[in-house]
Ligand binder design. Structure first.
Ligand code: PEP
Ligand code: MG
Length: 887
């Protein structure tokens, strides 16, 4: 026969912690507390299986449940020495909800069950307190009416207010026993008129009604919404705990309250919590009375604190808190009640806490010897760290945003408003910090986005072009700010009746989504010391190397300072787009043959050499993977008439001739066009120039410092071995030539981005001549899905809202599809070349779930934006720990 109930109390229990799925967190922890000898009122927990049965059997209970509940009840009666429904010596119970996942306040509970007109008089006699007995009775009818009989709680409130008015009382505490008795009569009338049924007098009928009501509350609207917001499965169900009542409302020596074992907002180890004398649990949460603190606080005098009101009780509570924290190895959130000075614990669970508190608690508990280093690292949720890694608007200014949009890319920035990407470039060149404000962005705006310190769009969602590109660049961004009305022709935008013009200063908070007028002070991210400590512990544990992707010298410095294990991707092209170089690159792009290309290459060589020298100085001693020119050259072509004019002058050609050459170069689908290694093969002289600049720079640094980088040259957008070999021959030749000239031997590797499906499938062959693979999961995702992140916003948000996809595949690697190709390429590559170094350098490298996947398939490293390094390092350590646990 299936076991439907698990009893607990009196130092023993049938259940234990770890049985949350079956008993709910409340039931499992009550059992655990009972077993370790803590004062828990006895009771029994009806399993979550009953909830499942009830909902799949037309709201019926399993046949054998009745006997089990009777048995549980009689054990309870024996434990308490009183009888359920017996007016001479009554036992009252609470019927409480509780699922495996914490859903605070979302489901229902009924207290003081077992009272009727006869029993209430018995309770009055037994307790010697008639007012108390009727207080319990009116609470019971109210809760039962709401939870079980669906009566609108407002009707009870209204009736209670009338009775208070009749008795000249402001608060419940001013009411007499008779007034409460009147209330019970009035409440029952309400139940009868609203539900069409008499209030049940039979305690057993009440009990079954309450069990059903609590089970049904699993599917009440707020619980369903809470589950969908917190990714909790709808199928697990609630358990129901039936427990002997202990009374916090039995006079002033009785109290009820909530205690945390540490302060959940700061993490400090100090008494933290609230209580109310002469009250029941729901009074603390309902907000009708202001709870008092456990210890003296600025709001309340010392005398009101529990430590003064009941010092013995306070000390006992503190020692139980310590015990529970040591037992569970985590901060606990505890419900307690003292009946006539005797303390009982009604619930314990892991406390919810702020991110900062969580870090502090993990570090402190390790230092106190309560948890291991590994456990401390596992306590961090890498996804929660965002708010600590980027600048934020200083909350102490009290500034209010004028408009809000979607927090598309975290961080805060102030700057002057510009509406045009070219403007963004020219003003930033003049030293201004600019914020680019657009209806939406397109690939043509990317250079302007790069020049801006922040981006705002009036349209688009979290997967819009602006959002994706801004996240990739590490620029704060707000999308879909729908109250922002842009009037580009007049270079202004309005929000309501406020007008903001080109050149006006605004501040945006990409973490929270607020747009502010003027310059609001921002605070730079300060990695909390506790996070630094946890990351250093993670470094001791993790097997994956964590490298950084860099574009600029600032990135390189940040990567170095944050402790990257190397650089997984240097994107060289942004240096080509710098305003001072763009004409030279245009000249290169529009040249008709090698001879015409030569002068521009000669001008670019010293610039690239200088860039690389600076970079390699900063990063000497580390492996640095530099990618050869990748983007479609279209991106540098002139757009406006003025631009054509300037280009024509620079090239010494008529405008018409420039237009013709541009038309010849322009592509229809640039991202799938003439880019990556296709450029390296069409224009080997460009490759020669870039590789030469790298080797000369590495040699310069070697001569200067006696140490340099391990150079890794990454060939982008390869689809097969022959393409790769073509480029590798150039690299090896140039390396030999530079060595000949300088006498310096630079250790280097030549490898490829695996970012097209064909490359992943032909990985075995490519690995025969490649030294490393780096998965370019941005392009790989784009090409595996046949979906461009630039256009995906139009449908991806709808897909996510309709659960057609769960996660944005441009943020978290699609393990089933793209991940499968990564796995295949890794296996095939390693089979052919066991020495092959393998990493990932797409944007996914900074996503915790992706990092875990990369660990699980045995990659050597992940590479991510510098400010994601702490996230990736913690995630890599967690992957190691979880992997070890599974073996
Ligand atoms: C990639 O495709 O994942 C990659 C690293 O290159 P990019 O994102 O610069 O195209
Ligand atoms: Mg790519």
């Amino acid at each position: 026969m299936e076991k439907w109930i698990y009893t607990f109390g009196g130092g023993v229990a049938e259940g234990s912690a770890g049985m949350e799925d079956l008993l709910g967190s409340k039931g499992a922890n009550l059992a655990e507390m009972s077993t370790i000898g803590l004062p828990v009122p006895p009771g029994f927990t009806i399993t979550t299986d009953v909830c499942g049965y009830y909902h799949s059997h037309g709201s019926n209970f399993p046949d054998t449940l009745d006997g089990a509940v009777r048995e549980g009840l009689s054990q309870l009666e024996n434990a308490r020495g009183s009888r359920f429904g017996d007016p001479e010596n009554p036992l009252l119970v609470s019927v409480r909800s509780g699922s495996a996942a914490s859903m605070p306040g979302m489901m229902d509970t009924v207290l003081n069950l077992g009272l009727n007109d006869a029993v209430v008089e018995g309770l009055a006699r037994k307790s010697g307190d008639r007012r108390f007995a009727y207080d319990c009775y009116r609470r019971f009818i109210n809760m039962y009416g709401e939870v079980v009989l669906d009566v609108d709680g407002f009707l009870f409130e209204e009736a209670a207010d009338e009775i208070k008015e009749d008795h000249g009382a402001d608060f419940d505490r001013d009411l007499t026993a008779d007034a409460f008795a009147i209330m019970t009569v009035r409440f029952k009338e309400i139940v009868e008129s609203e539900s069409g049924k008499r209030f049940p007098e039979d305690p057993l009928e009440q009990l079954w009604g309450a069990i059903g009501g609590v089970i049904r509350s699993w599917n009440n609207q707020r619980a369903v919404i809470y589950r969908s917001l917190h990714d909790i499965a709808d199928t697990t169900g609630t358990a129901v705990t039936v427990q002997a009542m202990v009374f916090g409302n039995l006079g002033h020596e009785s109290v009820t309250g909530v205690a945390f074992t540490r302060n959940p907002s700061t993490g400090v180890k100090e008494p933290y919590g609230e209580y109310l004398p002469n009250a029941q649990g729901e009074d603390v949460v309902a907000g009708l009375r202001t709870p008092l603190p456990l210890v003296e606080s600025p709001m309340h005098g010392a005398a009101e604190a529990l430590s003064a009101h009941a010092p013995g009780l306070f000390d006992k509570l503190q020692s139980l808190c310590d015990r529970l924290e040591r037992h569970y190895g985590d901060v606990q959130d505890i419900e307690f009640t003292a009946e006539l000075g005797e303390l009982f614990l009604l619930q314990t669970r892991s406390a919810k806490r702020t991110v900062e508190a969580g870090l502090k608690i993990a570090v402190d508990m390790e230092r106190e010897g309560l948890i291991s280093r590994r456990a401390a690292v596992m306590r961090v949720n890498p996804d929660d760290l965002d708010s600590l890694l980027y600048p934020s608007v200083d909350p102490s200014t009290g500034a209010e945003p004028v408009a809000r949009g979607l927090p598309a890319s975290p961080g805060a920035a102030s700057g002057i408003v510009v509406f045009d990407p070219d403007d963004a470039i020219s003003r930033s060149r003049d030293g201004a910090h600019v914020i680019l404000v657009r209806k939406e962005t397109s690939p043509n705006d990317v250079h302007g986005m790069h020049a801006a310190v922040g981006i705002v769009t009036a349209r688009g969602g979290l997967t819009s072009h602006a959002a994706v590109v801004a996240r990739g660049m590490g620029r704060p961004c707000i999308c879909g700010a729908s109250t922002v009305r842009i009037d580009a022709a007049n270079t202004l935008f309005t929000v309501g009746d406020i007008t903001i013009r080109d050149g006006d200063e605004i501040t945006l908070d990409g973490t929270g989504g607020g747009i502010y007028l003027g310059r609001i002070p921002t605070i730079e991210p300060q990695l909390p010391d506790d996070l630094t400590t946890l990351v250093s512990w993670a470094d001791e544990i993790r097997k994956l190397d964590v490298r950084a992707n860099v574009e600029t010298m600032e990135d390189a410095r940040a990567a170095h300072a944050f402790g990257a294990d190397g650089i997984g991707l240097v994107s060289t092209e942004h240096t080509f787009f710098a305003p001072s170089r763009i004409m030279t690159v245009r000249e290169l792009t529009l040249a008709r043959d090698e001879k015409e290309r030569r002068p521009s290459l000669d001008r670019l060589f010293p610039l690239q050499r200088a860039d690389f020298t600076k970079l390699f100085r900063e990063l000497r001693g580390f492996p640095v993977a530099v990618r050869l020119l990748d983007p479609p050259l279209d991106e540098v072509l002139p757009e406006s008439d003025a631009d054509y004019q300037k280009t024509a002058e620079a090239l010494g050609l008529p405008v018409e001739a420039v237009r013709k050459r541009v038309a010849a170069v322009r592509q229809i689908v640039p991202v799938l066009g003439h880019r990556g290694c296709r450029l390296a093969i069409s224009y080997p002289e460009i490759t020669d120039m870039q590789v030469r600049a790298m080797f000369v720079a590495a040699s310069d640094v070697l001569q200067e410092f006696g140490d340099t980088v391990t150079l890794e040259i990454t060939v982008p957008l390869v689809v097969g071995k022959r393409e790769f070999d073509f480029v590798r021959i150039i690299v090896d030749r140039v390396a030999a030539e530079v060595e000949q000239e300088t006498g310096c031997t630079i250790s280097y590797r030549v490898g490829t981005l695996i970012e097209l499906p064909r490359a992943a499938l032909r990985a075995g062959e490519i690995a025969k001549s490649a030294d490393f693979f780096s998965f370019g999961t941005d392009d790989l995702t784009r090409t595996v899905f046949g979906m461009s992140r630039d256009d995906a916003d139009a449908f991806l948000t709808t897909y996510m809202n309709n659960s057609v996809v769960d996660l944005d595949p441009f943020v978290t690697l699609d393990i089933e599809g793209v991940g499968e190709l990564v796995r295949i390429a890794t296996e095939r590559g390693r089979t052919e070349n066991p020495e092959l170094l393998i990493g990932i350098c797409g944007e996914h490298g900074g996503d915790a779930k992706t990092v875990r996947f990369c660990h699980s398939i045995g990659l050597d490293y992940v590479s991510c934006a510098p400010n994601r390094l702490p996230v990736a390092r913690i995630a890599a350590a967690q992957a190691t720990i979880m992997g070890d646990e599974n073996t």
